[in-house]
Write a protein that binds this ligand. Structure first.
Ligand code: HEM
Length: 262
């Protein structure tokens, strides 16, 4: 996306500086997201150590080895899930759990990411529809991350239970079959989560330049908003002062709903 224009004429004829920044994420949202990012990466790296001791065992020593690495992994996991519930389940709930037709249309053409050489692939002849605060893919990812976080926490506590039981709780041990199932769930969630996190980081940094600024300063340029989330941009501009966050869906917004290139 080239920043070739410094000003864009709106329908009303007002000159707007497209490099001007608009608010996207609050400090609390960014702090929660960074907490999820750091604890998520700690969990993935330490988890890899147990997943394949032969190839990644060295990672366990990075986190103190043995019991210390286990404690670091467990505590990071609890913090990650609590932060995910607070961010996705509470603060972002109205942007994530409300699907509008544009979301399904976005998913149908995979957000235009499968286009090759500027031409749509056979599966995505239709232009990419304009999106609200989050696009259909971001909403699905947020729901997946939340569900996986809960699965990690529940299965992780069961796996950890014998230690917790011996050291702190003084209660009966759990059935061995339950602990075995917890390992299956924990490992399956890991197999989905780890590649998804890598893909998410790639999408939010290298593939879509400037997106990372939403996570650092919390603000994005008007051009970024127009390009990636035109329905949200239209909502923000509809508010006096332009500071509102909109519904995240776009209640119609068809004027801004013309297809934008991704
Ligand atoms: C260093 C690691 C990470 C980076 C650089 C990163 C980057 C970003 C950025 C820039 C956004 C804002 C996108 C926008 O404004 O539209 C975002 C959103 C989000 N992040 Fe991350 N993230 C990281 C780790 C994680 C982890 C570990 C999780 C999950 C547990 C996660 C879950 C989400 C979710 C659910 C959203 C909202 C939906 C979306 O934009 O995809 N992130 N991330």
């Amino acid at each position: 996306m080239a920043l070739q224009a410094t000003a864009r004429r709106t329908g009303a004829g007002t000159a707007v500086d497209v490099t001007e920044r608009i608010h996207r994420f609050s400090l609390v949202e960014r702090m929660l997201h960074w907490t999820i990012a750091v604890t998520g990466i700690v969990c993935i790296l330490s988890g890899l150590g147990w997943y394949s001791k032969r190839s990644f065992g060295f990672l366990l020593s990075v986190f103190g080895g043995g019991e210390t690495a286990r404690l670091v992994h467990g505590v990071a996991g609890i913090v990650m899930t609590v932060a995910s519930v607070a961010l996705i389940g509470v603060l972002w709930r109205r942007y994530v759990f409300r699907f509008i037709p544009q979301d399904w249309a976005w998913l149908k053409v995979s957000g235009g990411y499968l286009r090759r050489h500027g031409k749509p692939a056979a599966a995505s002849e239709t232009p990419v529809p304009a999106q609200g605060f989050f696009n259909g893919g971001q909403k699905l990812w947020a729901i997946l991350a939340l569900v996986l976080g809960v699965l990690f926490l529940v299965s992780g506590l069961v796996i950890w239970w014998p230690d917790l039981w011996k050291n702190f709780l003084g209660q009966q041990a759990l059935p061995i079959d339950l602990i075995r199932w917890a390992y299956v769930v924990h490992d399956a969630a890991f197999i989905v989560f780890a590649p998804m996190v890598i893909f998410h980081i790639y999408l939010s940094t290298l593939l879509n330049p400037s997106t990372f600024e939403a996570m650092t300063s919390g603000a994005v340029t008007r051009l970024w908003a127009l390009y990636h989330h035109p329905l949200w941009y239209a909502e923000v501009m509809g508010e006096p002062g332009g500071a509102a966050r909109g519904s995240g869906g776009g209640s119609g917004g068809e004027s801004a709903g013309e297809a934008m290139p991704r």
